[in-house]
Design a protein around this ligand. Sequence first.
Ligand code: PGA
Ligand code: ZN
Length: 439
Amino acid sequence: MSKIKAIKAREVLDSRGFPTVEVELSVDDSRPTGELCTGRAIVPSGASTGEGEALELRDGDPKRYQGKGVLKAVQNVREKIAPALAGREFQLQSLLDDALRDLDGTPNKSKLGANAILGVSMAFLRAQALAQRTPTDQFIASYYGTPGTTLPVPLMNIINGGKHADNGLAIQEFMIVPAGFDRFSDALRAGAEIFHRLKKILHQQGLSTGVGDEGGFAPQFTGAKPHDQALIAISQAVSDAGYKLGEQIFLALDAAASEFTAGKEGYQFEGQNVTSEEMISTYGQWAKNFPIISIEDGLSEHDWKGWGLLTRTLGSHCQLVGDDIFVTNPIQLKRGIENHVANAILIKLNQIGTVTETLETMKLASGAGYRSIMSHRSGETEDTFIADLAVGTDCGQIKTGSASRTDRIAKYNQLLRLEERLGDRARFAGLKLYEKFKK
Ligand code: PGA
Ligand code: ZN
């Protein structure tokens, strides 16, 4: 094992032009040449964040980046974490992450900042992989105890709404799920071709083809049922591109419903105040009319009762994914499992703040029969760690945006590289995942 020689941190920009933390961590190689292995990582940032997320430390200085600077987090890496870890050896990722958590000492990483801690955690993993001359995905696989050969089904967010756009759609993400293919690269190609067809359709309808934060279109549908219009436009794009809806291509939603709650128990949806039951019946209706196989955050993170009903009502037809309600936190997920809430979890490293806790949550999920979907944040960078993590854990699904914007495409391109490197060993998660949900 190798000693930590240096840890550097700097403020860089994310895909929205706001600051985020980049960390470089060097370990000695334990080889005669004595060269250093340096892992680099950049932390992402969400917009529709769950209340239970670990704390993203921002400077709050209105004179810099509207208060969103991360110089304090950078300083914490340089002045608190680096001196405490330099010269130390950690046999396992979990030991490094334990040391980081001890150094912070708070339950939500509010002292040092989850952005500071996660940057170090990810950079350490990369440095270790380099020191062992092992590709990051395979290093994760051997650590996690999985084959590391599964290319995930991409859940591609081709119409953006909610907090990621300015178009009046309450539902944040309309995704296509190209599952009916033998290879990841064919699925990705289908997704990109459908995206281009959708552009044509929107253009013909006189709608904007500008994109939102995750690279999907952000049209302003003008009818009384804008969400149905979005689903119809996407379905049309699938058939125009020459693919079979419900056989090769499925649909998925992320409602991010915590963002459109109204009052104590209700929701503000398509101009009306509605109850959890009414939202569930809307989802049920959509799932009847369209091949929707996955719904994320269909109800608010506080609406546990509604979530229970949602799971009982739609859980056998649909993957129901908890994002804001679980925040990649094992304690929250445990509560969900005990209460039969959801049947899948969205995995975002920066919601919990270390690689180890992320893997712990994934293990807990799979032990309980919940699927894990690896996920980007709406504020992303060129860092492709989640592509390696998706393959390294064989989790089977990844949500990393549309077929535009390099912050999203970088992950897809990394998955293409992994598929090529794995060669005959590569397996595409594909249709099997959704068989039990198909009508
Ligand atoms: P966020 O959006 O990164 O803004 O939280 C992604 C999601 O809700 O899944
Ligand atoms: Zn979400």
